[in-house]
Structures are given as structure tokens and as C-alpha cells.
Ligand binder design. Structure first.
Ligand code: COA
Length: 255
């Protein structure tokens, strides 16, 4: 349970809303746990035919809560973030997202596990892991090159520049750009269409589309190993402390 995650149901569609707009929906351990729990519930329930993720306050998600990273860096896969990431990677229930505003870090890598994503033109996606002294997670180092090829994936990961909704569609991360006012309605309409499909066929199709499940989980595991090692490095500490102190990081003394 988390006060910052709202889970609602309408017929066969479950909606998970990130509701921490004052912190740009940055994810805390409690939020990961609540999302992992909701995903597990949807996965186990044949009455749920689709799960939709939305942000709130004009933001999708600003990534992992950086104060949390500094206070309690995750040190094993058996953590709220681990449960959430493996929940995404193992889900057979169709997942959708409606993305407006910022989608940073896990806010973007989550989309790689969604079957359909609608974005607004003003959506701003970003993978700043390397700039923060850490490495990408959620299997994204396997999924991104698969979706868009090595060169484009390397550019997103190594430079960490933001890109908008139209570019997300070009890169194959999202399906369509829609007007902000229509985002939720259109995402929910799509979710209802998926939820009305034959339940076993659509889950099996999703499983087949994913391909090698073992390879995906092995990549998530290896990413986590490096991620956790980097998280306590001097360069990551400098990057996170600089963010909290609202200044530019200085990596010249931490090499
Ligand atoms: N962790 C913790 N707090 C965060 C956060 C995060 N990931 N992202 C935003 N916040 C907090 C800010 O510290 C600020 O808190 P304050 O009002 O107490 O000062 C509040 O949310 C609003 O954020 P702000 O940066 O003022 O909003 P913005 O509209 O100028 O910028 C972002 C939005 C998302 C571009 C910017 O907040 C950002 O870059 N966040 C960090 C993203 C990131 O690196 N995530 C980690 C990926 S691993």
C-alpha cells in the first residue's frame, strides 16, 4: 500500500496511477511495492484483461526517488524495485501507458515493457543513468537495441539527452502521439479493446512476442549487479548529491 499509488478498476481494465505530483511522481520503495502488488494481482486474475499506467500533474514519472537512493540504496534483487522490475518482465497481462510530461529513468524503461504506449507531443523521455554514475536497468540494455538498433540505443544511454513524444514514436518506444486532453480517454479505449480480446490468446501472444524470457531476466540480474555496485560509487554519490543540492555535478575529483 502507498498513498502515492492509486489503483482502480473499471470492468476488465486496471489503472495504476502514480500520484506524487509534488515530487514529479518519483518512485519510492513503498510506491514500487504497491505497483508490484497491483501487477501481481492483475497477473493472477483472469478477470483483468489489461493494466494501464498513468502519471499525474502533467508528469509521468521522474524516475527513482533520488533521496531514497542516497538514504537506502537497494542491495539485492529481493527489494521493492526488484519485485517491480521482475513483475514487469514476467507479466503476461497486456500493459499500456499514457505518457505526458517527464518520463525519466525507470519512467522510460517501464515503457519498454508496455505493449502499447500513447504519448503527448510535450512528453519528455530521458535515460540519464550514465550521467548519474549508474547504468540502465529493467532489461533496457537488451530491449532498447532490440527495438531501435545499437547506435540509437547507445546515443540515448550514453548521452542521456531528452527526447519528445514524436521521437519516442519514431524510435519505436511509443505507438502514437495524442493531444494531452485526449491522452487518458484514448489510452483507456485502447486498453478496453485489448481487454476484450480472448484472454488466453492475448496473454500467450504477449509471452511469444517477448521472446527469450531467461535472457531478459539474466540481463536484468546483470544490470542490477552493476547498478548496485555503481550506486555506492563516488561518481554516483556526487551526481545524486548535486541533484539534491540543485547544482551541477563536478566529476573532476571523483575519478
Ligand atoms: N527524486 C527525488 N525528488 C525528485 C525527483 C527524483 N527523481 N525528481 C524530482 N524531484 C523533486 C525535486 O527535488 C523537487 O522537490 P522540491 O520541490 O522539494 O525542491 C520537486 O520534485 C519538483 O522537481 P523540479 O526539479 O523542481 O521540477 P522540474 O519541472 O524543474 O523538473 C524533472 C522535472 C523531472 C526534469 C527534474 O525534477 C529531474 O530531472 N528529476 C530527476 C530525474 C532523475 O534523474 N531521475 C533518476 C533517474 S535514475
Amino acid at each position: 500500500m502507498s498513498e502515492h499509488i492509486d489503483v482502480t478498476r473499471d470492468g476488465r481494465v486496471m489503472t495504476i496511477r502514480l500520484a506524487r505530483p509534488e515530487k514529479k511522481n518519483a518512485l519510492t520503495a513503498a510506491m514500487y511495492s504497491a505497483m508490484a502488488e497491483a501487477l501481481a494481482e492483475a497477473e493472477a486474475d483472469r478477470g483483468t484483461g489489461a493494466v494501464v499506467l498513468f502519471g499525474s500533474g502533467g508528469t509521468f514519472c521522474a524516475g527513482n526517488d533520488i533521496a531514497d537512493f542516497l538514504a537506502a540504496p537497494p542491495d539485492s534483487r529481493d527489494t521493492p524495485v526488484g519485485n517491480y522490475l521482475y513483475g514487469l518482465a514476467r507479466a503476461t497481462v497486456p500493459l499500456l501507458a499514457g505518457v505526458d510530461g517527464d518520463a525519466v529513468g525507470v519512467g522510460t524503461t517501464t515503457l519498454l515493457h508496455c505493449d502499447m504506449t500513447l504519448v503527448t507531443a510535450r512528453a519528455r523521455l530521458r535515460l540519464p543513468f550514465v550521467s548519474l554514475g549508474i547504468v540502465p536497468e529493467a532489461g533496457s540494455t537488451l530491449l532498447l537495441p532490440r527495438i531501435m538498433g545499437h547506435a540509437r540505443a547507445a546515443e540515448l544511454i550514453m548521452l542521456g539527452d531528452a527526447f519528445d513524444g514524436a521521437r519516442a514514436v519514431e524510435l519505436g518506444i511509443a505507438n502514437h502521439v495524442v493531444e494531452p486532453d485526449a491522452l487518458e480517454e484514448k489510452t483507456l479505449a485502447l486498453a478496453t479493446r485489448l481487454a476484450d480480446q480472448p484472454p488466453t490468446a492475448i496473454r500467450e501472444a504477449k509471452r511469444l512476442l517477448r521472446g527469450d524470457q531467461k535472457a531478459l531476466e539474466a540481463q536484468i540480474e546483470e544490470e542490477m549487479r552493476v547498478f548496485m555496485a555503481q550506486l555506492t560509487s563516488a561518481e554516483a554519490r556526487e551526481a545524486f548529491t548535486a541533484f539534491m543540492e540543485k547544482r551541477k555535478p563536478d566529476f573532476s575529483k571523483v575519478g
